[in-house]
Write a protein that binds this ligand. Structure first.
Ligand SMILES: [Zn+2]
Ligand SMILES: [Zn+2]
Length: 266
């Protein structure tokens, strides 16, 4: 198995997004003037295994519009095809795409994909809900053309600390687990690498490893309690299994993948 960190440009995030206040200001502050982070990566991931090339998320495109708490910088050359070839991969070989959640910086790259695209049924319901539709219009973040993923359910029973899962490979080494919080139907993909480590492609389960250790719900989670419960579960999984934890926007994710650095829960 080989796992590649693909980078489709960068994004700056408002500090109030990364370190939200409590109470009503948690979301209000996102829309007020504030400090910005340095550019952080917009990763998606390619998994070569058993002759297949799976993508987890598809990254952002140059068409992305800024929102009140995120400023995107994506060159056309950094979109999915360029990101794949930078890793020596041929986009025409992609056999399947799994989306962690429906936000644009994870799904906009599907315009470059002809392989089947799959998403958790609960996330697809959330994406189609009236509130999500209104927010996309207010923030001018339309779903990409051709967004028609197939829905899957997590019917595979527990995997490690996660009560619900779905195997994506016959040998059980690529598994989707439910990680609700950032969005209600958010999932992560865990790959059991050749050394037996669990490489967790965590989408926006958190922005950073630090946020996981702090068990801090993010500013956009509809239910902060659900988000915190998921972060506790991820840490429980890390106690049971040597786990390399890779959020999409953590500047240290690519190095942790390269070095096989596992989480040491406090
Ligand atoms: Zn997101
Ligand atoms: Zn994201």
């Amino acid at each position: 198995m080989r796992i590649h960190a693909l980078t489709t440009g960068t994004v700056r995030l408002k500090r109030s997004f990364l370190h939200p206040s409590a109470g009503v200001r948690r979301q209000l502050d996102l829309f007020l003037p504030g400090e910005w982070s340095a550019p952080v990566p917009i990763h998606c991931w390619a998994i070569e295994h058993d002759g297949r090339l799976l993508l987890v998320d598809t990254g952002e495109t140059a068409a992305a519009r800024d929102i009140p708490f995120a400023r995107f910088e994506v060159a056309a050359s950094a979109e999915l095809p360029g990101a794949l070839s930078a890793s020596g991969l041929d986009g025409g070989r992609v056999s399947e795409v799994v989306l962690t959640h429906h936000h644009g910086d994870h799904v906009d790259g599907i315009v470059h994909v002809s392989a089947p695209v799959r998403i958790h049924a609960a996330e697809l319901r959330h994406a189609k809900a009236p509130f999500s539709r209104v927010m996309r219009r207010v923030l001018r973040q339309p779903l990409p053309p051709g967004f028609a993923p197939q829905a899957f359910e997590l019917t595979g029973g527990p995997f490690g600390a996660f009560p619900r899962s779905l195997a994506l490979s016959d040998d059980g080494r690529i598994v989707v687990v439910g990680t609700p919080g950032h969005t209600p139907g958010h999932v992560s993909v865990i790959c059991v690498d050749d050394d037996g480590r669990h490489v967790m492609l965590a989408g926006d389960a958190t922005d950073t490893l630090e946020q996981l250790h702090s068990q801090r719900a993010d500013a956009v989670a509809p239910s902060p309690a659900t988000h915190r419960a998921t972060l506790a579960r991820i840490l429980a999984h890390c106690r049971q299994n040597a786990t390399v934890y890779l959020p999409s926007h953590d500047p240290a994710s690519a190095a942790r993948l390269r070095d096989g650095t596992v989480v040491v829960p406090g």
